[in-house]
Design a protein around this ligand. Structure first.
Ligand code: ARG
Length: 454
């Protein structure tokens, strides 16, 4: 393809380090779509004849069919997807094939291919995130009134509802979708026509190719067009944050599935056994979602490091943009599918959750609040009184609600029998009606709002 200045081919090691066809063949559909748009534009502007353009288009479509059917032979000697396609086109069409590369370089070609691939993948991830949100909101609605322990420092803090806990993730995934949508908006400019780095002297129509490929507009600076990969970095950053959210939830599923927590179980569909310990049911899918997050974060770091020292414009370093990005976004997609499956499959043990919700004196704050409301104590004093009540219960090894009225009065004489109403976990959650709070009525309304908008 560029042999004119060269007397011999590359050495074996040169070919091995240089070739990207092993991974960039994934870009074949995008590469052909880009070439079809380019040649149609070349014909429309009179840069190539209608007859040559028609032959080139037909040839490209034939190649597309060959690749789809698995009948295409990729060659490492032809380096990358662009030259593999172009070489085959020359065989099919003859010398006219050589006109396809007029007013174009592999630098703008690969930039367009990669953008198209990332764009398609972002759309797929957005749809998968929406499915996950739906699964979570559906479960949240079913468990809007079921009580579980809420934690800080992984210590029992205050009772919450399971629905509230699940909706926390719906909010996170909504922001994740916002980040992907933002990334897509900025990505959606077409670099085709930037050529190698400086633009071209041919009278091309970049608005036409941009529109044909579904971009909002052409990129405005040819150097930037061929040398930046921030669209991939943004996608990876959004992916790393999403994966981190998935990983936190996966960690909770792992904890919940232990016999110590026993908050929820996964069916056989999402559990695996041990080859030596017959009793084991391991939540491997959750562990893998947690583990694969490392790869996604690694891909972001990897590409940032590739890019950080590159002078404008294109350098071959940038060929290293693809494998990590492909892997990270496909890994995220798999994790999303697995997590949606697990959410649908997850069976909470609501009786066990409610029993656990009362552990660790989790309604102590309710007692303090009651002392403020009913007896008019300043909150700091109420906090102190409650601390003494908790200490007494701890000393006796009982829950707050198991203390007698006399016990409580010995600490604070103003306490009446009405206090027992706030010491139960259900009363505790029901009272948390502040906006964004865990009260079942709030959770039901939020879950319904989400299901309506999703
Ligand atoms: N395979 C190359 C890549 O992925 C395509 C662009 C090559 N451009 C060049 N000037 N050698 O970056």
């Amino acid at each position: 393809m560029w042999g004119g200045r060269f007397a011999s081919g590359p050495g074996a090691i040169m070919e091995e380090i240089n070739a990207s066809i092993g991974f960039d063949q994934k870009l074949a559909p995008q590469d052909i779509a880009g070439s079809l748009a380019h040649v149609a534009m070349l014909a429309k502007t009179g840069i190539v004849s209608a007859a040559d353009a028609a032959a080139i288009s037909d040839g490209l479509k034939t190649i597309r069919g060959e690749i789809e059917s698995g009948g295409f032979t990729f060659s490492r000697a032809l380096e990358d997807i662009h030259m593999n396609v172009e070489s085959r086109l020359a065989t099919l069409v003859g010398p006219a094939a050589g006109r396809l590369h007029t007013a174009r370089s592999r630098n703008d070609q690969v930039a367009v291919d990669f953008r198209l691939w990332v764009r398609d993948t972002l759309d797929q991830i957005d749809a998968q995130l929406r499915d996950l949100q739906k699964a979570l909101a559906t479960k949240a609605l079913a468990h809007a009134g079921d009580v579980m322990p809420g934690f800080t420092h992984l210590q029992s803090a205050q009772p919450v509802t399971l629905g509230h806990h699940l909706l926390a993730y719906v909010e996170m995934f909504a922001r994740d979708r916002g980040r992907f949508q933002d990334a897509r908006r900025r990505l959606n400019e077409c670099p085709l026509g930037a050529a190698a780095l400086a633009g071209t002297s041919f009278p091309i129509d970049r608005d036409l190719t941009a529109a044909t490929l579904g971009f909002d507009r052409p990129t405005a600076n040819s150097l930037d067009s061929v040398s930046d990969r921030d669209f991939a970095l943004e996608a990876l950053a959004a992916a790393a944050i999403t994966a981190t959210h998935l990983s936190r939830f996966a960690e909770e599923i792992v904890l919940w599935a232990t016999s110590q927590f026993a908050f929820a179980s996964l069916s056989d569909k999402f559990s695996t056994g041990s080859s030596i310990m017959p009793q084991k049911r391991n939540p491997d899918a959750a562990e893998l979602v947690r583990g694969k997050t490392g790869r996604v974060i690694g891909a972001l770091t990897g590409l940032l490091v590739v890019m950080k020292g590159l002078p404008l414009a294109y350098s071959k370093d940038m060929q290293e943009d693809k494998e990590g990005t492909f892997d990270a976004l496909q890994t995220l997609s798999l994790c999303l599918a697995a997590m949606t499956g697990m959410v649908e499959d997850l069976k909470p043990d609501v009786a066990r959750l409610e029993a656990a919700a009362g552990a660790g004196f989790s309604t102590a704050t309710d007692l303090a609040d009651w002392l403020v409301r009913a007896l008019g104590l300043p909150f700091r004093q109420a906090h102190h009184v409650t601390g003494r009540v908790v200490a007494l219960a701890a000393e006796r090894g009982v829950g707050l609600e198991d203390l007698t009225l006399e016990d409580l009065r010995a600490i604070e004489p103003g306490i009446t029998a009405e206090v027992f109403a706030v010491l139960g976990v259900r009363n505790s959650v029901t009272s948390r009606t502040s906006y964004g709070g865990t009260a079942p009525v709030n959770v039901k309304a939020q879950a319904e709002r989400w299901l309506g908008s999703l």
